[in-house]
Design a protein around this ligand. Structure first.
Ligand SMILES: NC(=O)C1=CN([C@@H]2O[C@H](COP(=O)(O)OP(=O)(O)OC[C@H]3O[C@@H](n4cnc5c(N)ncnc54)[C@H](O)[C@@H]3O)[C@@H](O)[C@H]2O)C=CC1
Ligand SMILES: O=C(O)C(=O)COP(=O)(O)O
Length: 228
């Protein structure tokens, strides 16, 4: 129902019921691009709203998708059949600007795009063109190529775009969860346990590689620095 725009309109003293007619989700197809922790939870909720859910993820296990009634499909099949496309893949060299003029051209006219992953997976200039030519009817963006985006960003000010300032993980509960997870990981690492969630460390325990922990951490840190 265009809640954000309708809220701003009513607060500005207007009563525009016909302007803010929305679309139903029941029976619509949503493509989840990236079927990991967030994507699979979005899929569960979309199912609950009566949507048909398809997903694209080159690495997701088929049985995990099947268990919640989701079909894993190719990138092109996902974007060309969906009414809604929700992005949940990481930003990597192969996903950078994966949504561009060429891929927008394959989408159903009037598709709605949600990006709560990373701004860099979308070519923002191409998204503006797709919004202006009606390929994308509406976009909801939580993330931007540059954060914060420039004050005069045409995307931010576009009437068919709803924006939030990178609030995807911003609930009291989620932030407590993150704090606890980090504290537990640090305690575990200092005890010499495997650092299962470290992005810059090999999964080798202190027993296997018998070096003092401080030297291990130093080596792990510098291995990462050397590789970026
Ligand atoms: N807006 C926000 O505040 C937040 C944003 N994020 C973003 O959302 C992303 C997803 O988060 P999680 O689900 O926790 O990560 P995750 O690692 O559990 O899931 C990412 C999934 O994307 C898949 N993937 C990798 N390359 C792909 C490709 N080329 N095409 C399709 N799928 C691909 C992976 O196989 C994996 O299943 C994160 O990388 C992060 O950038 C995450 C949390 C909060
Ligand atoms: O966890 C993520 O990937 C997020 O995007 C959340 O953002 P933050 O870590 O709160 O800056």
């Amino acid at each position: 129902r265009n809640v954000a725009q309708a809220d701003a309109s009513l607060k500005a003293g207007k009563w525009q019921r016909s302007k803010y007619v929305g679309v139903s989700l029941v029976g619509k197809t949503i493509a989840i691009m990236g079927f990991g922790k967030v994507g699979s939870e979005v899929a569960r909720r979309a199912k609950g709203l009566g949507m048909d859910v398809i997903a694209h993820d080159p690495y997701a296990p088929v049985d995990r998708a099947r268990a919640i009634g989701v079909d894993l499909v190719s990138f092109d099949d996902a974007i060309s059949t969906a009414d809604f496309i929700s992005l949940h893949m990481p930003l990597t060299p192969s996903t950078t600007k994966i949504f561009n003029d060429e891929t927008f051209a394959k989408m159903t006219k009037g598709v709605r795009l949600i990006n709560v992953a990373r701004g860099g997976v979308v070519d923002e200039e191409a998204l503006l063109r797709a919004l202006d030519n009606g390929t994308v009817a509406q976009a909801a963006l939580d993330v931007f190529f540059e954060e914060p985006p420039p004050k005069d960003s045409k995307l931010v000010h576009h009437e068919n775009v709803t924006v939030t300032p990178h609030l995807g993980a911003s609930t009291t509960e989620a932030q407590e969860g993150v704090a606890l997870e980090i504290a537990e990981a640090v305690i575990g690492a200092l005890k010499g346990e495997l650092a299962a969630t470290a992005v810059n460390a090999p999964m080798v325990s202190a027993e296997v590689l018998p070096l003092p922990r401080t030297i291990l951490l130093y080596l792990q840190h510098n291995a990462h620095s050397a590789s970026v």
